[in-house]
Design a protein around this ligand. Structure first.
Ligand SMILES: [Zn+2]
Length: 113
């Protein structure tokens, strides 16, 4: 069980480091999903979600450099599957880092991503 987890982490890092060429889903069509519906990686905080395609990968949710506004498109770090978040506007509204939305409450709720 532990070995399996370690292997997964090693595989994940290898993919992160070495390669787009190895991403099996990188050329597949973009999938539109609701971020809200994806399985959370951790119980609390953070936008991270499990990749619904490969189950091993993580969707980190990307932000525009500079403005830190959440970007609708995302990519799985393991399989390369690309996603579009159909509920990105809601995410932005609830996002305390975004200049247009977020309150002190949601700040507490989401933690520091
Ligand atoms: Zn994946």
């Amino acid at each position: 069980m532990i070995t399996e987890m370690v292997m997964r982490i090693i595989n994940w890092w290898r993919l992160m480091r070495y390669g787009r060429g190895r991403f099996p889903n990188i050329k597949k069509p973009v999938v539109v999903v609701r971020h809200e519906d994806l399985e959370r990686l951790y119980d609390e905080s953070s936008y991270k979600r499990k990749c619904p395609k490969c189950k091993d990968g993580i969707l980190f949710v990307r932000r525009e450099a500079g403005t830190l506004v959440i970007v609708a498109s995302d990519i799985c770090c393991a399989c390369g599957q690309r996603f579009i978040y159909s509920d990105v506007e809601e995410m932005k509204k609830n996002d305390w880092l975004s200049p247009t939305g977020g309150s002190h409450e949601s700040n507490k709720k989401n933690g520091c991503n």
